[in-house]
Ligand binder design. Structure first.
Ligand code: ATP
Ligand code: MG
Length: 227
């Protein structure tokens, strides 16, 4: 009963020149307190699945429940607010705003929720310093290494203490040393009130999760571990 996210018969089609089936009738659920990895070949639907869960994209059919509420994908404002408060998202290419410093990139995420620049600034400094970035707070993304940028992106993802953390190939752009450090950071964010889901092409990182979900061609082909 402690499923925080569940998908029922979820399909996603893209209609470009041809109809592309990105997800096919997916049934899966995710429990609080656990870390899940999603693996599978390029094009198998990992990012599409994460984009639906993060309420960025909407399914073509099927239902997605988060915290026992069926998501209404037409209520964009409510969904945006829920995402700001409860979902931290980390992307392969960091998705930081280049015209803003590390500190600003992180504090803006809190400002989106409560309009108090002082506490946002204070909390952003705290989170960045916890991730070993206190000397980099006034640097712009172009002045930071890949590993540093990804740690800023993690700080931004966690400043609002989200219940759900989603990471889409968070180490895809990093060398092994930085990839290891980012994964260590990600795994340290585990707690009993939080769900973490990450997609990766790295088998070793995937094996470290509580449950590995394998995808092929828009389907879940195998689930390794307890759902
Ligand atoms: N915006 C889009 N428009 C059209 N087709 C899309 C779109 N996004 C994804 N697709 C298609 O949906 C399928 C699944 O893509 P998805 O990005 O989810 O794969 P993935 O498993 O994340 O791959 P990768 O490992 O390369 O990141 C692919 O066939 C892809 O071409
Ligand atoms: Mg992807």
């Amino acid at each position: 009963m402690n499923d925080v996210i569940s998908l029922k018969k979820v399909s996603k089609y893209f209609f470009k020149k041809n109809k592309i089936r990105a997800l096919s009738n997916i049934n899966v659920s995710f429990k609080i307190g656990k870390i899940y990895s999603i693996v599978g070949p390029s094009g198998s639907g990992k990012s599409t699945l994460l984009n639906l869960i993060s309420l960025i994209d909407k399914p073509t059919s099927g239902l997605i429940k988060i915290e026992n509420k069926i998501i209404n994908y037409d209520k964009q404002d409510a969904n945006d607010l829920y995402r700001s408060a409860s979902i931290g998202i980390i992307y392969q290419n960091y998705n930081l705003l280049n015209d803003f410093t590390a500190l600003e990139n992180v504090s803006l995420a809190e400002l989106a929720l409560n309009n108090n620049p002082k506490t946002a600034d204070l909390n952003a400094k705290k989170v960045l310093s916890n991730l070993g970035l206190s000397k980099r707070i006034n640097h712009f993304p172009t002045e930071l290494s890949g590993g540093e940028n990804q740690r800023v992106a993690i700080a931004r993802a966690i400043i609002n203490k989200p219940k759900i953390i989603l990471a889409d190939e968070p180490t895809g752009n990093l060398d092994l040393k930085n990839a290891n450090s980012v994964f260590k950071t990600l795994f340290n964010l585990r707690n009993k009130n939080r769900l973490i889901i990450f997609a990766t092409h790295n088998r070793e990182f995937a094996e470290m999760s509580d449950c590995k979900i394998e995808m092929i061609d828009g389907n879940i082909s195998n689930i390794n571990g307890k759902l």
